[in-house]
Design a protein around this ligand. Structure first.
Ligand SMILES: NC(=O)c1ccc[n+]([C@@H]2O[C@H](COP(=O)([O-])OP(=O)(O)OC[C@H]3O[C@@H](n4cnc5c(N)ncnc54)[C@H](O)[C@@H]3O)[C@@H](O)[C@H]2O)c1
Length: 320
């Protein structure tokens, strides 16, 4: 039995991770400041004697200095997340991501606790080397365009983790997550699928930012949790970056059409220029597909859920 610490455990992915590990019989502590997470994501776990939640920031050195040595493994998910948030609150985005990871990894190194970071496919930036493999070059946009702050901050997180691994052999794991979706995900911070589904269910117009020809791959949160748990138990994954995501590609315009069909909605689909959605100087990437060979080789991982099934699950959850 493990004592797991999950930073960001009241968030979308973190709450499913807490649920899974509790179900396996482990003890869980969540540290979350509820900045983008919600208490309702974990409220159902509160009565479990093996579950504990601390509402605080994971960059609190004193608190984390007490918590980290009491746990055998740290899942570090706490992060500013979502394009809308990154564009609206650029200072908090950079500070929150880098500062928190610095505190966590330094204390993990001091107390010799293994730590898994959830990084992001955004670190590939504008690369066109499809599919994205973990050791390929990243192509970052200019610092004058705010959206790249998230990618750069998460890339810096990866550098920090790998630096500790190289300098002191701290066991670190880095999962580069591609778009992850499922029930409980909020559309408030720019996540495309919940935003589309919420609009369709209300019969409101579905706003596709840009031309809609940009494509993405959407992976079920349940598959991602399988991958994160398997990685954390795979000694060969230590010191490696591993992509986790779906390789089922769909354009954003087709996604909107799919949502309309599966919700049975009459919502119109409209194009909204990036400048109108995010202000001037927004930059996007056209395609984002993961190379999954490393995940397959290390942990035998393949996403099991198809996009239509995931969309149906989200609709069912929201219309319960
Ligand atoms: N959802 C995706 O598609 C996706 C894709 C790539 C990477 N990721 C990564 O996965 C992780 C989880 O993302 P999510 O989609 O569940 O988002 P989320 O916003 O639901 O979860 C992040 C959680 O971290 C908490 N948090 C933020 N800063 C904190 C701090 N300093 N101290 C304590 N708690 C803090 C938030 O309140 C929230 O509960 C993040 O690291 C994110 O970068 C997510």
């Amino acid at each position: 039995m493990h004592n797991y610490l999950i930073t960001g455990g009241a968030g979308f992915i973190g709450s499913y991770l807490a649920e899974r590990l509790l179900h396996e019989g482990h003890k869980i502590t969540v540290v979350d400041d509820l900045s983008t997470g919600r208490w309702s994501n974990i409220a159902h776990l509160e009565s479990d004697p093996d579950f504990r939640a601390v509402v605080a920031s994971a960059d609190d050195v004193k608190l984390m200095g007490d918590e980290i040595p009491r746990h055998s493994f740290i899942f570090h998910l706490a992060s500013a997340v979502g394009v809308q948030l990154v564009v609206d609150r650029p200072v908090e985005t950079v500070q929150r991501i880098v500062r928190t990871t610095d505190v966590i990894v330094e204390l993990a190194a001091r107390f010799r606790r293994p730590v898994l970071l959830t990084s992001t496919s955004e670190v590939y930036g504008k690369s066109e080397a499809i599919p994205f493999s973990e050791d390929a070059d990243t192509v970052m946009g200019p610092t004058s365009k705010r959206r790249w702050a998230y990618a750069c901050a998460k890339a810096l997180d990866e550098f920090l983790m790998l630096a500790h691994y190289r300098q002191t052999s701290l066991p670190v794991y880095i999962a580069r997550l591609f778009n992850t979706v499922g029930p409980r995900q909020s559309g408030s911070y720019g996540m495309v699928l919940p935003r589309f589904i919420d609009a369709a269910l209300k019969g409101e117009a579905i706003s596709v930012f840009g031309s809609g020809e940009q494509s993405r791959c959407f992976c079920s949160v349940h598959d991602i949790i399988d991958g994160l748990v398997a990685l954390s138990r795979c000694p060969a994954a230590v010191g490696n970056v591993v992509n986790l995501g779906s390789d089922e590609e769909i354009t954003v315009w087709q996604l909107a059409q799919r949502v309309v069909r599966l919700t049975g909605s009459h919502s119109p689909i409209v194009r909204v220029p990036y400048e109108k959605a995010y202000g001037p100087g927004f930059d996007d990437m056209m395609r984002r597909i993961p190379d999954l060979r490393r995940a397959r080789d290390l942990i035998g991982w393949n996403p099991a859920y198809r996009l239509d099934d995931i969309i149906r699950q989200i609709i069912a959850d929201r219309t319960r």
